[in-house]
Design a binder for this molecule. Sequence first.
Ligand code: NAP
Length: 456
Amino acid sequence: MIDISQLIYVLTIVAFVIGLIRMGNPATARSGILWAGIAMAFSIGITFFVPGLSNLILILPAVLIGAIIGFVAARRVAIVNMPQMVAIYNGMGAGAASTIAAIELIKLGNSSFNITIALAGAIIGNVSIAGSVIAFLKLQGWIRQKPVTFFLQQAVNLIIVAIGVFFGILFLLHGNFLIPYTSALIPFFVLTIGYGFLMALPIGGADMPVLISLYNAMTGIAVGLEGFAISNYAMVVAGILVGAAGTILTLAMANAMNRSVGAILAGGFGKTQSEDRTVSGNLKPISSEDVAVMLAYSSTVAIVPGFGMASAQAQFKVRDLSDMLISRGIKVFFAIHPVAGRMPGHMNVLLAEAGVPYDLLQDRDEANRAFQDVDVSLVIGANDVVNPAARIQGTTLYGMPILDVDKSKNVIVLKRGAGKGFAGIENDLFYMDKTKMLYGDAQESLSKIIQELKKL
Ligand code: NAP
């Protein structure tokens, strides 16, 4: 039976890889998730046939309860609450890795190599589970979203994790003999979990997605290490895949936001700044009637969604509008910035939910080549990702690659009022001569434009 189980593990590993490749393209992403899900179900299923498995009476109800909670929660969660769901599920993965580590560590007769691997996995898993819990609480609004800072914070954090690691080394060196294992393992777990809580506290709620992505990568690494410790190859490969994909995503997000991962790790990330910069020009309001006329007489329209579209849940109206424009023979495309919204792929997920055809979506580079030929760019609740201040040295956004909406012939911005973007700075685009502001909730404004368009 052991051979068959190993064979099935290998097949599930292949299925994980296929799933991951398919997730790389939005057109095949759904089937990628299905591949990975089925592979995971097989991995769990085959584990029941591995010789020596005990405690079935505890494991089976736990699997059942977990599956029911996961299924119901995933079906019910609103798309805007997805980041916190990812955070808490990721935390559970890290918790599982830490639990395996704890069990392996209190077992007698493990080699030093296994203990080292289990300890390393436990440190990463503990930091990840504790940080994920803080991320969940902040995003859910159950604790203060603002960064929590105190005097000598980084030094205190460093000392706590260093003492935790010291107890881990003590356990590795003396194990159960010179020092009873509980005396070293308990402070090891308490301090490394404590460090995880403290590390996440200075990060602002809106910056959490980058941190969650980092925790996701850490969870993968922790699972991979524990897979080594218990010689489970499916865990090793699945952990490495998650660790690698999570690391790439973290770097891509940090890069797209022009921040460094080092600053995130130091806990100095996420403090939004305000700056004293005066922008010349004035804000020019426009009516929905005039917007409809401008759109109706355009040849090419770019739709640029941002966080405001998500918060207004305006994606369905956006789809209706783009359908209407296309049926009038107008060329329409959606310009998607990698960090528009508050989680990776936020705009893609919402637009897919509304049934916007994938081939209408253009990434930043593609869109930037097209803006000069665009008659009207319709900016729907986007701010930072279209802010030309990113090109001005010394601004908070300096260096972040943006969508060059200011290159299009006309710009219409849908937003409620004078609210700033996530970076908290003025947007030069809104003050340009070619830009007009349509104030109001994005969903309501779009409804009005659609009504006016129907009259033309
Ligand atoms: P943004 O800079 O956060 O701006 C959103 C704009 O939407 C605001 O100016 C707001 O203005 C408007 N708005 C809010 N609710 C609205 C509603 N109901 N109807 C109409 N407008 C509404 O958004 P963004 O351009 O998408 O930029 C995303 C930012 O988040 C970037 O700075 C990015 O670095 C950061 N970030 C992204 C991620 C990610 O993974 N995507 C993760 C972390 C951080 P009013 O209040 O005036 O309406």
